[in-house]
Write a new protein. Structure first.
Length: 736
């Protein structure tokens, strides 16, 4: 029987940090060796690396391992190889080294017909479409030129380019600065052959340390389209002026309100509730979830539709939003605003007193919001602590009462409940970072979430009732290998987890309850989160494991998600609600689902990377100071730590812990000094000196305070269970 693997599979962040800081190429074998993984854990690592590749977090070296997408990076250089009789343009990758795999042939979607010819090279975003590939050109590249994003550095009268990626170790001499200066963030073309490789600046993006540059780095790095096609902008102006129509249900007499973040850039949804006067639903509620009627403005096959599908979703950064739709729609006529008549698709819900959905119907409606309210303000009104706006209390009280019923139903089905705070970056109008802190979770947040979930369920079931295609939001149960890794992780804390049981979301909630308020609670929640599969969009229903729901679709955010627009169109067509409806064929739904799932992952990566850069910029003002940190990972080469209350992850190499031997216990995931006896373990809190914070890469580096040993917090969790013999006794420096 194979030996059960010990705990401590590295996190995504730790793998990325290792790859980026490794002096040699880092494949699966090197990662497994560095983290001291057992044979069984290597199987789990393989699955994790595949997930990371699917999510666009890592790329793989040609000839060794390839993306799920057949070896094609999401953004790559292509060469035009053919233009057929129908005017279709075809391209192939500039480089292809996958032995035994045919060179893929991609159909290029030209922005302007006839603009590309055979032999030209383009930087393009690739997309899988059915059994083939689509290339979306980003720009034409000069012959023998590839592009790199970096920062200019001056030395001995010459300029050199340093890439923004941690893993980009090489610097390139600049042959043509194009007016850019040292310290500028630039986009360059690479030319020449080793050892005479140079770069030419093609675009100056500004100061890389200016906070508004951090999102630009992500936009350029990941190829996020941030400029609308002229025909899409012209169409947006035209459709924005069209009348809303006379065949809408008039809901302007109802005090419907939108409750959103204080810094919301658009307003998709609004809500209203009142006691149900139907004797058949005694003690129950009737509610309306009104959603911007984007399908009325963005028709299938239009220029706006093509642009929205190309983007897939809006991307939100602390300093800007890259919207899915032009601003005249996303921030104006489609945004539900106080006192303004707006077109909406209304979901009418009947809620039982136990919170279960008794019925639903969908109509095209005209709404006029009573108010746009920030979460904090709505909560203050309900709590009786608001300085004014008490006139909204009669509007909010029925919403809260109906929500308490919905909350009962939610608690009964026991969805996954992980309280992992989201980091919020607050900047002023000049781009200066004011604060980085976890977002406060209020009942007002939970209220809106539960109303939106109810409307999403109703949309899926309504389409199912008409046998119409549904773009489901799918979240499958965890894979067995991930459950096995979780079991081994929990063993290190003495927490039993049986693999043979039926796994439900409540299973994981019980684990968190057993951890209680221990210091390692955040690490356990993170590990539970990593155990889950990644949600995606598809026309085949596999249920939503995390929410503990059998049928679930996204309906409530069509301004910022193409998936919701697909659901709106299906509802309009299936229930004959007017123009703008569409019931796509199964194969088309499959292509759409695959495409928007990939674009969602790209947006998540862009938002995460940008937040990391903002955190590093915020902490840059504290370089040289001691900070409260918490150990999030322990390996045979050191430990990873994050700054408490702020975030940001950095490595503390074992060689910097002192001149003694440090013993790495693979099972317990601890480092123990043989002379001092000091132990470093997961969840441990300690003081560290922040040695460096790089806003361009988002990386942190720690040192020992005062040049002494980093003294552990003696309240740190005791290692409850050890497995296997200690691994990798490493000599660090001169032994005392």
């Amino acid at each position: 029987m194979a030996k059960r693997p010990s705990a401590g599979l590295p996190t995504r962040e730790q793998i990325l940090d290792f790859i980026q800081t490794s002096d040699t190429p880092a494949g699966k074998r090197e990662i497994a060796r560095a983290f001291g993984l057992t044979a069984q854990q290597k199987i789990t690592l393989k699955a994790l690396l595949k997930d990371m590749a699917d999510e666009g977090l890592i790329d793989t070296a040609p000839g060794r391992a390839f993306h799920k997408m057949g070896g094609l990076p999401k953004v790559t250089v292509l060469r035009i190889v053919d233009v057929d009789d129908g005017g279709n343009v075809w391209a192939q990758p500039e480089r292809w080294e996958a032995e035994g795999a045919p060179v893929p042939r991609l159909r290029v979607r030209e922005r302007k017909r006839g603009a590309l010819g055979i032999g030209q090279r383009i930087l393009a975003r690739t997309e899988e479409a059915g059994n083939g590939w689509i290339a979306h050109p980003m720009k034409v590249i000069a012959p023998a030129a590839e592009q790199i994003l970096g920062v200019l550095r001056a030395e001995t009268g010459r300029l050199f380019l340093t890439g923004v990626e941690k893993k980009e170790r090489r610097e390139y001499p600049v042959s043509d600065a194009g007016g850019a200066e040292a310290g500028d963030l630039v986009l360059c073309e690479i030319a020449g052959r080793p050892p005479r490789v140079t770069v030419r600046v093609v675009e100056r993006l500004g100061d890389p340390f200016a906070t508004r540059s951090f999102s630009l780095i992500a936009i350029h790095k990941l190829g996020i389209p941030d400029v609308f096609a002229p025909e899409a902008l012209e169409e947006a102006e035209r459709v924005a002026a069209q009348p809303l129509g006379d065949d809408r249900e008039d809901l302007t007499h109802l005090p419907i309100v939108a409750i959103d973040p204080a810094d919301a850039r658009d307003h998709d949804d609004a809500v209203w509730a009142a006691p149900d006067d139907d004797p058949g639903n005694e003690g129950g509620w009737k509610a309306i979830v009104a959603i911007a009627d984007v399908s009325f403005y963005v028709r299938p096959g239009s220029a706006l539709d093509k642009e929205a599908r190309r983007r897939g979703n809006s991307v939100y950064f602390p300093d800007r939003v890259v919207p899915m739709l032009p601003e005249i729609l996303s921030a104006d006529v489609c945004s539900l605003m106080e006192g303004e008549d707006r077109a909406a698709l209304a979901c009418h819900l009947t809620i039982g007193k136990d919170g279960t959905l008794q019925g639903w119907r969908f109509t095209r409606a005209l709404v006029r919001l009573r108010a746009n309210i920030a979460y904090e303000d709505a909560q203050a009104i309900i709590d009786g602590t608001a300085a004014d706006e008490e006139e909204l209390l009669p509007v909010l009280q029925p919403l809260w009462s109906a929500w308490r019923a919905l909350a009962k139903a939610r608690d009964a089905r026991e969805p996954l409940d992980l309280d992992l705070p989201e980091r919020r970056v607050v900047i002023d109008q000049n781009g200066r970072i004011l604060s980085v802190a976890p977002r406060e979770r209020l009942d007002a947040h939970r209220l809106i979430e539960d109303y939106m979930i109810a409307a999403n369920v109703a949309a899926a079931k309504a389409l199912e009732a008409r046998r119409a295609p549904v773009m489901y939001r799918v979240h499958e149960p965890p894979a067995r290998e991930k459950l096995s890794a979780l079991k081994d992780y929990l063993d290190t804390f003495g927490i039993a987890f049986a693999l043979g049981q039926v796994i439900r979301p409540a299973t994981f909630n019980r684990i968190i309850d057993r951890v209680g308020e221990a210091d390692f609670r955040p690490q356990v929640m993170e590990q539970v989160l990593r155990t889950q599969t990644q949600a995606y969009y598809a026309p085949a229903n596999q249920g939503h494991f995390g929410l503990s729901l059998g049928s679930y679709a996204h309906f409530t955010s069509p301004i910022r998600r193409y998936a919701d627009l697909v659901v709106h169109r299906a509802l309009v067509a299936a229930y004959k609600l007017g123009p703008g409806g569409l019931l796509p064929a199964d194969d088309e739904m499959e292509r759409i689902g695959t495409g928007i799932s990939q674009l969602e992952r790209r947006a998540m990566e862009a938002e995460r990377d940008t937040i990391d850069r903002y955190v590093a910029a915020y902490l840059a003002e504290h370089v040289g100071q001691e900070v409260d940190a918490r150990i999030t990972g322990v390996t045979n080469f050191g430990f990873f730590a994050t700054v408490e209350g702020v975030g940001g992850d950095g490595l503390m190499p074992v060689r910097d812990l002192g001149g003694e031997y440090f013993r790495f216990d693979e099972g317990a995931r601890t480092l123990t000094g043989e002379d001092s006896g000091d132990v470093y373990a997961l969840g441990q809190r300690l003081r560290l000196k922040l040695a460096d914070a790089n806003p361009v890469s988002g990386g942190l580096r720690f040192e020992l305070p005062g040049g002494k040993m980093a003294l552990p917090d003696r309240r740190a969790p005791r290692v409850l269970k050890r497995r296997g013999r200690p691994a990798n006794i490493r000599h660090q420096g001169r032994r005392k």
